[in-house]
Design a protein around this ligand. Sequence first.
Ligand code: B12
Ligand code: SF4
Ligand code: SF4
Length: 386
Amino acid sequence: MTLTTRLKEQALELGFSLVGVASVEASAHMDLYREWVEDGRHGDMGYLAREDAVARRADLRGTLPSIRSAVVVGHEYFQEDPSGVPADPARGVIARYARGQDYHGAIKKRLLELHRWIEASVAAPVEGRVYVDTGPILEREMAVRAGIGWFGKNTMLIHPKRGSYFFLGLLLLDLDLDADAPFQEDHCGTCRSCLDACPTGALLGRDASGAPVMDAPRCISYLTIEHRGSIPVELRPLMGNRVYGCDICQEVCPWNETFAEPAEEEAYQTREGLDGPSLVELADQLLVLDEKGFRELFRESAIKRAKRAGLLRNVCVALGNWGAAEAVPVLVRALDDVEALVRGHAAWALGRVGTDQARESLLNPSRQETDGGVRREIADAISGAP
Ligand code: B12
Ligand code: SF4
Ligand code: SF4
């Protein structure tokens, strides 16, 4: 058996269900990437546009000058929805990838182990770097090169027998391995289920070169996780009860409908509180936390990325979309939160609920709002303006 074959067996043994070896020549698709950024499709994810980081995406030698091969792994995370979710508008939906422990640690630990196994196998030190969504690497392009799957119209990397509910991880190595043949086919065919199902119209279909294009600033995953500011008013009603991330374009994909199976990995089992929590209870819990308390609560979870204000903002939007009178008391408390971002979205949500009590709380003359943006949100909510 060659070293590459043994290495792949070892990767499977470590719990990865997908593994391939990618060649490490410079990317042939950087013109597409640059165009995407120039068109502003990255929104305020500035790290995707930084020139030094774009150059490193183009050529992995900027990250590991001695690189000779890259091992690409897939770690599956699919979990069934808890009963009642996502149909119940009083409960928040957290994307599957974030319902368990933070994936970065789980994958990194195994890739470091794989690296050690390689060094032991060749009985020499081998320079290597581990990446799990942690650096300027075109991870999906590397996965195509490693023969793992194709770019679906939902922009996900899809495996023809496992679907797309898997994370990607990379081990860059100063070691020659046998590279796999790149994945050539496009199995989407005439299907357009994801394009039709996306609530916000973030998926723009394939461009002339065949690349799937996403307008990230419209994507619910971007809005609820990456975006730091106010959520555009016209997109808020389209977010429904999704408070962290979004899986809709994966849920409707026939490759997931056929192949997705609950992952056994202990780290990805749904944690209590992330299983479709009551929106009112979640807001209650977050309102009494400061940033430190929030970090502590989500210490082992990917959710910490949204920060307290971001997650509370999302929960306020979902409470507004629910629109029930039961949401008013907690929204009134959110109207007094220390963060203007939270106060503004609470005002919008109270406007959506629209009961007398909700209107009264917006009109309350004893409240002294100092933030101009929040004052505008309150005025719009009172006048019923969008
Ligand atoms: C920024 C980012 C986002 C952004 C933008 C998403 C996007 N579609 O670009 C937002 C916040 C919206 C997001 C959302 C999600 N993300 Co994200 N995200 C990333 C990140 C950090 C960078 C992606 C990027 O560079 N985008 C810019 C676009 C232009 O690049 P690209 O998608 O690679 O597109 C390339 C192709 O179009 C290629 N190309 C075009 N034609 C051809 C033809 C061939 C033959 C080849 C080889 C290439 C090629 O050219 C482009 C440049 O290479 C990656 C990690 C990483 N470092 O790669 C994770 C990553 C893509 N995300 C991931 C996940 C899990 C998600 C979510 C499912 C989370 C959730 N449930 O909410 C959603 C899915 C939304 C969706 N439909 O994509 C996984 C995806 C795993 C998979 N199976 O595909 C990744 C790989 C993280 C990881 N390590 O597992 N994400
Ligand atoms: S993750 Fe949700 S919002 Fe984003 S493209 Fe997919 S369906 Fe649309
Ligand atoms: S839903 Fe259809 S078009 Fe979209 S990624 Fe899946 S197969 Fe491709």
